[in-house]
Ligand binder design. Structure first.
Ligand SMILES: [Fe+2]
Length: 286
């Protein structure tokens, strides 16, 4: 369906947001994805868009590792990844027009396939992972729908589910209220996707997962998108987080249209009031 990404359209639509799916792609050897090109990209990026972690992180690391930024000589780090005992994320590479064009080339056909489902595609973003051998990415979830495409090296992607709907709801409320993507517990079961160059996996939004790689340095391209439904439910999770802190037991999104509408109205009012306070404070600054 796309010249760069091969997926089964019916399988993708039926599994959207529900289950992972094998995909394949035609990006191996792409000139924008060589270590040399990625080193140059890293040197051109704003420091806060670059994250570096040690390879030997704990699998469960709820507070996360290093914050983004503060990486010295990021280009050298990327080009020398085979000996640097690190994994590196280049966040939001779509800020570079060349990578934005690549992102759109991959996602335009997916957006057409998606149509108005889940309110349609929005907020397209791309991230690049460059990892030394034996890197561990702790268990976490991402808000986005994600195509993780393996470009170089071999990586194991473990994708599970929250043990119960209640545990999942609490994690989402914590995350959307400013918490870390990393979660506190390993999923009880997980499917393992062994990714080699040319293979990839669709990871549903909010699915808990962790990543390991063996033997070789790895390069992976993460092509992601939101839908308007993800953003709507995210706002409901924020309201639920605050209601729970008041001692209430809020229902998860989509149980009641009326209740959801009231919560979203409260969220809009709270956001407007917050923005107003911010503007007043800024106008008073000397
Ligand atoms: Fe992830």
């Amino acid at each position: 369906m796309s010249s760069l990404l091969d997926i089964d359209p019916q399988e993708f639509l039926s599994g959207l947001g529900r289950r992972p799916l094998w995909v394949s792609h035609h990006l191996v050897g792409h000139p924008l994805l060589s270590l040399k090109a990625l080193g140059g990209l890293a040197d051109s990026m704003r420091p806060e868009r670059i994250e570096r972690q040690r390879t030997d992180l704990d699998l469960v690391l709820p507070g996360g590792g290093n914050s983004r930024g503060g990486v010295e000589s990021p280009g050298d780090l990327v080009r020398g990844i085979e000996t640097s005992n690190s994994w590196v994320v280049l966040w939001n590479v779509e800020n570079d027009p060349r990578y934005k064009a690549l992102l759109d080339e991959i996602l335009d056909p997916i957006a057409a396939l998606l149509g108005d489902r889940e309110g349609g595609m929005c907020r397209r973003e791309a991230f690049i992972f460059v990892s030394s051998a034996a890197s561990i990415t702790p268990v976490h979830f991402d808000p986005e729908h994600n195509f993780l495409l393996q470009i170089d090296g071999v990586k194991q992607m473990h994708i599970g589910q929250f043990a119960t709907a209640t545990k999942g709801q609490r994690e989402l409320e914590r995350y959307y209220s400013g918490g870390h993507r990393n979660i506190e517990h390993m999923p009880e079961e997980a499917d393992v996707f062994g990714l080699e160059p040319g293979r990839g996996v669709y990871v549903p939004s909010h699915a808990p997962h962790w990543v390991t790689n063996e033997g070789l340095a790895c390069v992976s391209l993460s092509i992601t998108f939101h839908t308007r439904e993800i953003l709507r439910r995210g706002n409901l999770h924020i309201i639920n987080y605050h209601l729970r802190r008041l001692g209430l037991s809020p229902s998860p999104p989509d149980r009641s249209k009326v209740v959801d509408a009231v919560k979203l109205a409260i969220h809009r009012v709270a956001r407007t009031a917050r923005n107003l306070r911010k503007r007043i404070a800024e106008s008073r600054r000397p």
